[in-house]
Ligand binder design. Sequence first.
Ligand code: SN0
Length: 315
Amino acid sequence: MQHFTSVQDITDWSLLWQKVQQVKENPQGRKTFGAGKAMCLIFLNASLRTRLSTQRAAMNVGLDTVVFDINQGGWQLEMADGAVMNGSKAEHVKEAAAVIGSYYNLIGIRAFAQLNDRDEDYQETIIQQFKKYAGVPIISLESSVRHPLQSLTDLITIEEYKKKERPKVVLSWAPHPRALPQAVANSFLEWMPYTNYEVVLTHPEGYELSDEFTQGIRTTNNQREALQNADFVYVKNWSSYRDYGQVLRTDDEWIINEDKMLLTDSAYFMHCLPVRRNVVVTDSVINSSDSLVIPQAAHRVTAAQTVLELLLDHA
Ligand code: SN0
């Protein structure tokens, strides 16, 4: 695997699952695998799980890590090729990425969608420019469009908890006071065709995701119908793709509560976190024994370590 920025970067699925198994069984088993190598994690946005789990995964393989909050202390980077740089941006990504790539064997980067200009966000410019200019493997720590480390985590979690060969997995939109990116939902759906799960997507009108991710995915605007007999309920808010970056409704009709979970086949509740309690999901559901949010978050280390081991072969 050369980079890890989308599901399409996975070249060998059987090797991936073999690694996941090895990492789960013995996370400390390859303590010196990354020895002598180092990774730079660049954050343009806040993070708890991605930052800490990726560092923990690196420790487990003996890889040194530096975290760079580029907005605090770094130069503002110009991303556009051919730009006349007479404004506030002091350095071009062409130099910055190449320089960081000369110091580090791997680069991770988090750059959320700005939610102003859809075309610009959906070009994933920052991650693409780093890919182009860094000369080392790039790991997406959530781009403007995708969050593949989260999606791998989600699959690892579902595989671990599923009680049926072909579980019904529902991705449900939920309310939120702020406009959030579509990345987690996009990415989750992008990984689904690589499973045999029965997948249903449900959201209110106006919250349709890009066709690129929903093609072939059963979709309904009826949340209760979607939840019938579900085995896993994955809940996430996203802002509108159609009315780009807009919050179209502020009511609580789509909250996940106990009453809705009763429609399922004793489904597990999943969320990538951070979650707004009693807005997205009621305390009673997230506190219940069917809530997987903590083991799911714990598997962020499993996912990151698996990815690091696959990439280190090329780093
Ligand atoms: C991010 C998102 O993409 O939705 C990261 C999720 C892994 N979530 C948020 O930004 C939540 C912020 C908030 O105010 O609740």
